[in-house]
Design a protein around this ligand. Structure first.
Ligand SMILES: Nc1ncnc2c1ncn2[C@@H]1O[C@H](COP(=O)(O)OP(=O)(O)OP(=O)(O)O)[C@@H](O)[C@H]1O
Ligand code: SF4
Ligand SMILES: [Mg+2]
Length: 325
């Protein structure tokens, strides 16, 4: 069996602007994810994290498109396979949860009905009793207090944390190999968010699940990630093993990100990284084609405003986009 579960190869996503121009949202981005591995993606708001995973799920907004590049899941090109095959993979083998569980939950159906329908869609041969049994066992594995009562509830009767647990349960009803959690703890209070992190950690161990774990907080991302990708304006700035990124970051942006986030072992929603404020006039100093950071980087030289740096290998599984690494 191939070690690599997901591979994005040189993908470019653009948005069609009024008047016909195209805005680049994802810029020549490549990465791969091994089976059972967690990739954490960190970047400030608007850096392209959600657009990237929408491209993977093949659910880009109407005005956006994958302009070039390929996305492979278990060796299958997700943009070349027939629609029915894509639908079998999406939702069944790749599932996504976001910060809004109501995107997944139907407000007018009981939890039991939704769990039942989801399990039956994945396992058409199962009896009604076996389906309910399977649903309850997923709920128990997610440490739902009083799973029977939960089954008979409507989403509006549940707290935010419970809704998110049900959304995770629905995502796990099939033969899920990759779970994408796009800022899934953003709207939860700190204690509940920490519980969701623990649940995902356990689900990963028990089910050999691969996870893409997105956050705009580096410490939150580190709670589950084995590899970390730092994104900025649709590009990878640095990617590598978690320990390397946290202990020996090479990119100026990652170093600053670590300096401004307090060290903590636990979950702290307030550690969100909001990006750097560019000094007035500094953005204008940026020459087209140069490094995005030339105006604010302490290490910038002439070369930085003249040419855009490539992503270079700087260590074992560690890549960085800077002229001087
Ligand atoms: N539905 C959409 N239609 C058009 N453009 C979009 C849409 N969603 C995002 N974009 C654009 O894509 C770029 C990347 O946004 P994206 O939502 O991926 O950022 P993000 O890193 O997920 O931010 P956040 O941390 O706030 O969730 C931005 O320029 C944004 O304006
Ligand atoms: S290329 Fe230059 S400006 Fe960009 S991060 Fe490296 S040193 Fe800083
Ligand atoms: Mg987002």
């Amino acid at each position: 069996m191939n070690r690599i579960l997901l591979e994005a190869r040189r993908i470019n996503v653009v948005r069609q602007e009024p008047g016909g121009a195209e805005k680049k949202l994802i810029d020549d981005l490549s990465f791969s994810l091994d089976r059972g591995q967690t990739l954490g993606i960190v970047g400030e708001s608007g850096s392209g994290k959600s657009i990237l995973v929408s491209a993977i799920m093949h659910i880009l907004p109407r005005t956006c498109m994958l302009k070039s590049g390929k996305i492979f899941f278990e060796g299958e090109d997700l943009y070349q396979i027939p629609k029915d095959r894509l639908n079998t993979i999406r939702g069944f083998q790749i599932a996504m949860i976001s910060d809004n569980p109501l995107e997944i939950l139907d407000p007018i159906c009981t939890v039991e009905k939704q769990v039942r329908e989801t399990i039956m869609a994945h396992n058409p041969g199962l009896s009604k009793e076996a389906v309910i049994e399977k649903g309850l066992s997923i709920f128990k594995s997610l440490r739902m207090p009083d799973p029977e009562k939960m089954m008979h509830s409507y989403p509006y009767q549940l707290s935010g944390g419970m809704k998110q647990r049900v959304a995770i349960a629905l995502a796990l009803c099939g033969d899920v190999k990759l779970l994408i959690a796009d800022d899934a703890t953003r709207s939860l209070d700190v204690t509940v968010a920490a519980q969701i992190v623990e649940i995902l950690r356990k689900m990963k161990q028990d089910n050999q699940l691969s996870l893409i774990w997105i956050s705009n907080s580096l410490p939150v991302c580190s709670l589950l990630a084995e590899r970390i990708m730092i994104m900025y304006r649709g590009k990878i700035l640095e990617i590598g093993p978690k320990e390397t990124i946290l202990r020996s970051p090479r990119h100026f942006y990652t170093q600053k990100m670590l300096q401004v986030t307090p060290k903590s072992e636990g979950f702290d929603r307030d550690q969100k990284f909001r990006g750097f404020r560019v000094k007035a006039g500094a953005a204008a100093q940026r020459t087209e084609g140069g490094c995005e950071f030339a105006a604010i980087c302490d290490h910038a030289g002439d070369r930085c405003s003249a040419s855009t740096p490539e992503l270079k290998q700087v260590g074992e599984g560690h890549h960085c986009r800077c002229h001087f690494v």
